[in-house]
Design a protein around this ligand. Structure first.
Ligand code: PEP
Length: 249
């Protein structure tokens, strides 16, 4: 059985104080034990968040990481730095990073390897843009992203990865994919993992849906056999809606 993961992606939102207040409010709510709950926050808020979630079931994640451990890379943060701060997860290759910060399948692959090598759980984002969906290329695009992003990993390593299928046209738009369409692509991603890394890795790897997930629609995704939770942007910013999402999962 795969444990579902609900991961909030705060993007460039929340000061340190706001992050602390969020966790204080979230701690007042009932979080179920059978769901892995993760908050991916801006770098500055991570040390405070790690402290605030002590004694809860909430894990803390970053939204990006550099592939090198250290060096002359002004402005960057490395895997050992995140680990030393108590961070456990990292989002890699979010579509906003691919679009605005020139991330490629190649950099995604390097970052995934660095994260796994340093003991972080990577949440690897894949997904097609609207034009690709409309021209029937969705599966081809995600297959390529999965293949390149996980290139060179062992089946054991792949089993510990979280893949987030996020159709780009559904992110932050309010136009969520239907649960059936998301299940179709996610089961295809699982088959792709099976073809590349074997049945065992495919049975263990967790694959989330992301794109305009809200408390009102989360249960439709969770009900699908291959969808193991969600990566959530907008609806993760308020403790009330985030806790409802976790409860509904
Ligand atoms: C995201 O940022 O990964 C995301 C899915 O955003 P939203 O939930 O706001 O669509």
């Amino acid at each position: 059985m795969r444990t579902p993961v609900i991961a909030g992606n705060w993007k460039m939102h929340k000061t340190v104080d706001e992050a602390i207040r969020f966790v204080a409010a979230l701690r007042e709510t009932e979080l179920p034990g059978n769901v892995e709950t993760v908050i991916c926050a801006p770098f500055l808020a991570l040390p405070a968040l790690v402290g605030e979630v002590q004694g809860t079931r909430i894990g803390v994640g970053a939204q990006n990481v550099h592939e090198k451990n250290e060096g002359a890379y002004t402005g960057e943060i490395s895997v050992p730095m995140l680990r030393a701060a108590g961070v456990k997860y990292v989002i890699i290759g979010h579509s906003e990073r691919r679009t605005y910060f020139a991330e490629t399948d190649e950099t995604v692959n390097q970052k995934v390897k660095a994260a796994l090598g340093g003991g972080l759980v990577p949440i690897v984002c894949v997904g097609e843009v609207l034009e690709e969906r409309e021209s029937g290329k969705t599966k081809e695009v995600v297959q390529h992203q999965v293949k390149q992003g996980l290139n060179g990993l062992s089946p054991e390593a792949v089993a510990g990865v979280i893949i987030a299928y996020e159709p780009v046209w559904a992110i932050g738009t309010g136009k969520a994919s239907t649960a059936e369409d998301a299940e179709e692509v996610i089961s295809f991603i699982r088959k792709t993992v099976a073809d590349l890394f074997g049945q065992q890795a495919a049975g263990q790897v967790r694959i989330q849906y992301g794109g305009s997930v809200k408390p009102e629609n989360i249960s439709t995704y969770i009900a699908q056999p291959n969808i193991d939770g969600a990566l959530v942007g907008g609806a993760s910013l308020q403790p009330e809606s985030f806790s409802k999402l976790v409860q509904a999962a």
